[in-house]
Design a protein around this ligand. Structure first.
Ligand code: ZN
Length: 307
């Protein structure tokens, strides 16, 4: 079965800079995050992950985007939101360059934070009425669409992170329309990652125009019930990213088996179940230590290989 990550990896900075790097640093030209990307890529590849990320090392999932879009000052909305320049492209290309040297078969995915999640996490001071203002959400979506069109040809698929959708705070019809705007003209497969308990919103999420729905099944076992009638490919989160305990291969294998058992009854998916499931952690791994994150990924890959 294909393995991937949700996105973020522990951010590791280089301890000892070379002479040349020190000079760059003096002029404010040293990019400390490049090393963090290298570590994230190398670790994912040595763990055996098939579709890696760039590690999303530059900041939290909101900040990365608000810092680089017009209309925001930090996380405050000060004017109409618009696309300025590709945001994640440079790191994707850098990660890809490192990855291809280590293993030419490894694929990379593009990851953006969804419009509803960004809108719900900022302070609206101007131009829009509040966080739920449809115009704000749609303008963010239009900006994100330009981002996707800029990165699409460099990645094997796209993932949109919309964790806010499990909370019930945001209007799911607006969220769905916003995703349509976000993915307009994008031809690569699209996954939507929604962590949290999705049992109450699953029927609505099933209607979103995405190819893969990615959820957490390790820390929230209740989510397993949505596998009975999910009409999309499943991103099967099977590593608890909130816990420091490294799951055993056996434990992970058992959880995947439990998921496959339920999927067998699913009338929407074809019977070649392994084509309908991607194995990944529950969520991003930024807050774990490098050692724990790596060992969790390694065991996850070993478990996936047993199928
Ligand atoms: Zn998540």
């Amino acid at each position: 079965m294909i393995t991937t990550v949700v996105g973020s990896y522990p951010v590791i900075f280089k301890e000892k800079l070379s002479f040349f790097e020190k000079i760059l640093e003096t002029f404010g030209l040293y990019d400390k995050y490049k090393y963090a990307i290298e570590i994230a890529v190398k670790d994912q590849i040595s763990a055996g992950i098939n579709i890696i990320s760039d590690g999303q090392v530059r900041g939290d999932m909101i900040e990365i985007f608000t810092k680089n879009m017009f209309g925001f000052e930090d996380k405050r909305v000060v004017s109409k939101v618009e696309f300025m320049k590709p945001i994640t492209l440079k790191d994707i290309l850098y990660a890809k360059k490192i990855a291809k040297k280590l293993n030419p078969n490894v694929e990379i995915k593009g990851i953006i934070t969804g419009p509803s999640t960004i809108a719900s996490s900022v302070r609206v001071e101007n131009f829009y009425t509040d966080n739920k203002d449809e115009n704000l959400i749609y303008d963010i979506a239009a900006a994100l669409n330009k981002e996707l069109l800029a990165i699409e040809r460099h990645v094997s698929y796209i993932q949109i992170d919309e964790p806010i959708l499990s909370t019930g705070i945001m209007d799911l019809d607006v969220a769905k329309k916003a995703i349509d705007i976000t993915i307009k003209g994008v031809k690569k497969p699209i996954a939507m990652h929604v962590c949290g308990d999705v049992t109450k919103v699953a029927d609505d999420l099933f209607k979103f125009n995405v190819d893969i729905l990615d959820h957490e099944f390790s820390s929230i076992r209740k989510n397993l019930e949505i596998l009975n009638n999910i009409p999309k490919k499943v991103g099967f989160g099977c590593i608890n990213t909130k816990s420091k305990k490294v799951e055993s291969v056996e434990d992970i294998k058992n959880l995947i088996m439990e998921g496959l058992e339920i999927l067998k009854n699913n009338e929407y998916l074809n019977k070649n179940l392994k084509d309908n499931i991607l194995i990944d952690p529950d969520c991003g791994m930024r807050l774990l230590s490098r050692d724990i994150a790596f060992n969790k990924l390694k065991n996850m890959v070993l478990a996936a290989k047993e199928f």
